[in-house]
Design a protein around this ligand. Structure first.
Ligand SMILES: Cc1ncc(COP(=O)(O)O)c(C=O)c1O
Length: 406
């Protein structure tokens, strides 16, 4: 990595943001200027191990050569057509993504929230056209402590007051039940239910992993009740947990799958709704769309991402390195860690609040050259690129130990 000549220091750049940038984030005080693989470098040339990976948008690391090459190649050919015309990259992207996920049809979008919104629209349309729910009566059952994005409809069924307060009026048609509670789900589902929409692992809630059998239970329950199972794998999917999808751990195939983040390889925003043919077929021309969804640059990068996952190497690495992560965290229980949950290269770590808030721990780790993000209270989340080496992972765990036991 060669350092560009910056005229302003990190501190000056942070200060310059304050009056001109919306205050909807509270970033750690690090200004990243360059990155490669698992490492990022700030304006002054300090290096940090990236243990967040863009909230799993960087599953393959920063600037993975195959993804950068696919993007460069496409930049020299064609970048945007809109869906008013066909483009020569979209068919292959859809074919290979459908094949990878075991589903039939792809609706390409851009951000995760758009995929969720699109999934909600598909589920409602299916409820009216196929299930026969009376007009405007369709309901969708969701889980408490969910995180599905930031649009007005999505925050309508959030249980996080910070995400909701001040943004009403809210969209009706959602029922909220406790996560990981099949009995509550069963009680909430009725003849108006279009879908059950859940995260197979709740990431933002602190990497909350449901009991074994929950996802199988959701699959059986939705099938019995005649409604759709919509799995939001925007953060949990694409290798993160050691399998292609988190639902693969229970060999469950949902009716509708929502993907995003890593689908764009950390280069461009790419998301998708992937569904069974009879579900996706409810959409007719003009009923839904996106200027950028399915653009050739996104399709080229997305295809390269799917190609990386087809080989299985990244899933394997996540599973293998996940053992190092789990064992390393287990050794810290009682030594600053009060509990943790992990699957593959993804962990939510509850730190003893006496040691510090998640934010304070994140800042101390930053000073040790490790970037993480807090979620709620004293919980931090670890989600390094799946390309992280055993040595790098042990080094990050060593920094965490140092911070917790200092
Ligand atoms: C499970 C889940 N769904 C949806 C989203 C929203 O994605 P985006 O920020 O790309 O809109 C996120 C983002 O963190 C997520 O974790």
């Amino acid at each position: 990595m060669t350092a560009p000549a910056h005229t302003r220091s990190s501190a000056e750049l942070i200060e310059a943001e304050e009056p001109v940038l919306a205050h909807n984030y509270h970033p750690l005080p690090v200004v990243v200027a360059r990155a490669e693989g698992t490492w990022v470098e700030d304006v002054e040339g300090r290096r940090y191990l990236d243990m967040l990976a863009g909230y799993s948008a960087l599953n393959f690391g920063h600037r993975h050569p195959a993804l950068v090459e696919a993007a460069h190649r496409q930049l020299d050919q064609l970048t945007l057509t809109s869906r008013a015309f066909h483009n020569d990259r979209l068919a292959e992207f859809a074919e290979r993504l459908a094949e990878l996920t075991g589903l039939d049809m792809v609706l390409p979008m851009n951000t995760g929230a758009e995929a969720v919104e699109s999934g909600i629209k598909v589920a409602r349309k299916w409820a009216y056209d196929v299930k026969g729910v009376p007009t405007d009566q369709a309901t969708i059952v969701v889980a408490a402590d969910n995180f599905h994005g930031r649009t007005t409809t999505i925050v309508s069924f959030s249980t996080d007051e910070t995400a909701r307060a001040g943004f009403g009026p809210f969209t009706p048609g959602f029922r909220i039940v406790p996560y990981n509670d099949l009995a509550a789900l069963e009680a909430a589902v009725d003849e108006t239910t279009a879908a059950v929409l859940i995260e197979p692992i709740q990431g933002e809630a602190g990497v909350m992993i449901p009991d074994d059998g929950y996802l199988t239970g959701v699959r059986e329950l939705t099938r019995r009740a005649g409604c759709l199972f919509v799995a939001d794998e925007i953060q949990s999917g694409l290798g993160r947990t050691g399998r292609t999808l988190a639902v693969d751990h229970e060999d469950v195939v949902p009716d509708v799958l929502l993907l995003g983040k890593a689908l764009g390889g950390g280069i461009v925003p790419v998301s998708a709704v992937v569904a069974r043919r009879e579900v996706m077929s409810v959409l007719r021309p003009g009923e839904h769309g996106s200027t950028f969804g399915g653009n050739p640059l996104a399709a080229a990068v997305g295809t390269a991402v799917v190609e990386l996952l087809e080989g299985g190497e990244f899933q394997r690495r996540a599973a293998e390195s996940g053992v190092i992560l789990r064992d390393g965290l287990a050794e810290l229980v009682g030594r600053g860690v009060v509990g943790f949950r992990s699957r593959g290269l993804w962990a939510g770590v509850d730190v003893d609040p006496a040691i510090g808030t998640g934010r304070e721990i994140s800042e101390r780790l930053m000073r040790e050259g490790v970037l993480v993000k807090d979620t709620h209270g004293s919980t931090i989340r670890l989600a390094p690129p799946l390309t992280i080496t055993a040595e790098e992972l042990r080094s990050a765990l060593g920094s965490l130990e140092k911070v917790l036991t200092a």
